[in-house]
Write a protein that binds this ligand. Structure first.
Ligand code: FES
Ligand code: FE2
Length: 438
């Protein structure tokens, strides 16, 4: 059996990576071995709000979900608000939700959650208000608490704060369009079998030119018939804020096919159906009432929000809530400005439920095209990686964004000065790994 060993040549702690057969491999500087979890926490940043569950799904019976590696039980408290507590009973560790059992009797008292094992009962703040099997005079009950997680409900979605520091207002973590009065927000939730950060960082890279090139989903955006630049020549970080970056591909307009000498072929091989001006033929893609007209590119925003497109009549936004190392609760938010008018509202609902939900064909981070190549078993995030000019956003995401995060500021135990120095180092390293194309 081969054992992994250090060859002593690594230039820093992050450039070593293991190849598939388990032996260690030296990856020189300049051909980066940056891995998905160099600095990005595998179970997600803690000090943020995350979408957890749709409000309508929480009725009287508690619902258990694993989020950020922890087991959480949701139920309605005495104010009929959704409360979230650790699912693990502080008495002897049974799952309050019932775990693999049915949680018999855990909804016995409206507004409270009762452990199905010995009947210790907790309110929405996590206080133990009764210990049924220990009697009304229980000495233990007043001493027990189960961890409570702050929650907020906004537009039908329950958000949870799993951090260890004081929660910020929800408005600080959600993009502002979530709060516009004339914007309709639709949501669907799916489990994606992959780590949250892996799919997040893939939201805006050059796979767009390949895997998303064809496909019926390009019909509405007009791109199915439009002449498109064939490939990216790099990725630009077009704007950088405290908690986000904007990303735009560097493309050569008018270059719709490339000649690849190694293949002695042109690619894309066929595009006879594309013609100039196709985009203008589709009235649905006109940019009236568009969002983010001044945003220079797609968006990566902390802790885990990606919007692949810049402006548009609707915004397709993913919020990735980690479940564990290998799975993600993928919240897809589709936002559209309908100006509180009935017909546009109805049309948008129809369009959403057919195109987005039934045909499952929304843009650029989708279940049809992205999920199969990124899933556990299809892509090895721990393999050695070599990042090039089109991967700039990924390098930013893995190496620079973590130091901007609230976790870095609040709990990683570094001073801001140290973090700033680290960021400069990262910047220099980023320059070093970009491979010029010509
Ligand atoms: S383990 Fe929950 S009441 Fe005993
Ligand atoms: Fe994609």
């Amino acid at each position: 059996m081969t054992t992994s060993q250090s060859n002593g040549h690594q230039t820093n702690g992050t450039n070593g990576a293991q190849n598939g057969n388990g032996s260690s491999r030296y990856i020189p500087r300049g051909a980066s071995g940056i891995g998905v979890h160099d600095y990005v926490p595998e179970l997600g940043y803690r000090e943020y709000w995350y979408p957890a569950v749709e409000d309508k799904l929480i009725k009287r019976k508690p619902v258990a979900l694993k989020l950020l590696g922890e087991q959480v039980a949701f139920f309605r408290d005495t104010n009929n608000e959704v409360a979230a507590v650790s699912d693990i009973c502080p008495h002897r560790g049974a799952f309050l939700s019932g775990g693999i059992g049915k949680g018999m009797g855990n909804d016995e008292f409206k507004g409270f959650i009762t452990c199905p094992y010995h009947g210790y009962t907790f309110d929405g703040t996590g206080r133990c208000v009764a210990a049924l099997s220990d009697g009304p005079e229980s000495k233990l009950a007043p001493k027990l608490r189960v961890r409570n997680y702050p929650t907020r409900t906004h537009r039908g979605v329950v958000y949870i704060w799993m951090g260890i520091t004081e929660p910020v207002p929800l408005e600080e973590d959600l993009p502002e369009e979530f709060f516009y009065d004339d914007v309709e927000v639709q949501t669907y939730v799916k489990i994606w079998p992959m780590n949250w950060s892996l799919t997040m960082e893939n939201s805006r890279d050059s796979h767009n030119s390949k895997i998303h090139r064809g496909g019926i989903r390009r019909l509405w955006s007009g791109q199915l018939f439009n002449r498109l630049p064939a490939f990216w020549e790099g990725t630009d970080i077009t704007e950088e804020g405290d908690n986000y970056i904007c990303i735009a591909p560097r493309v050569k307009q008018g270059v719709e096919q490339g000649y690849f000498p190694g293949l002695k072929e042109r690619w894309p091989q066929h595009d006879w159906w594309r013609f100039r001006g196709a985009r203008r033929l589709n009235p649905l893609i006109q940019q009236k009432n568009a969002f983010n007209n001044s945003r220079p590119g797609g968006l990566y925003r902390l802790p885990s929000i990606a919007c692949p497109s810049a402006r548009g009549q609707s915004q397709h936004l993913r919020y990735f809530t980690p479940i564990d190392e290998h799975s993600t609760r993928m919240f897809t938010f589709a936002l559209k400005r309908v100006r509180n008018r009935l017909l546009p509202k109805l049309w948008w609902k129809f369009f959403y439920h057919t195109w987005y939900v039934y045909f499952n064909a929304p843009q650029t981070t989708n279940e049809r095209e992205d999920m199969p190549v990124q899933a556990v078993g299809a892509l090895d995030p721990h393999s050695a990686q070599k990042l090039g000019a089109t991967d700039a956003a990924i390098i930013f995401w893995r190496r620079r964004m973590p130091w901007k995060s609230r976790d870095a500021q609040r709990i990683w135990g570094r001073s801001r000065t140290e973090a700033a120095e680290e960021m400069i180092e990262i910047e220099e390293e980023r320059e070093a790994v970009e491979i010029p194309l010509n």
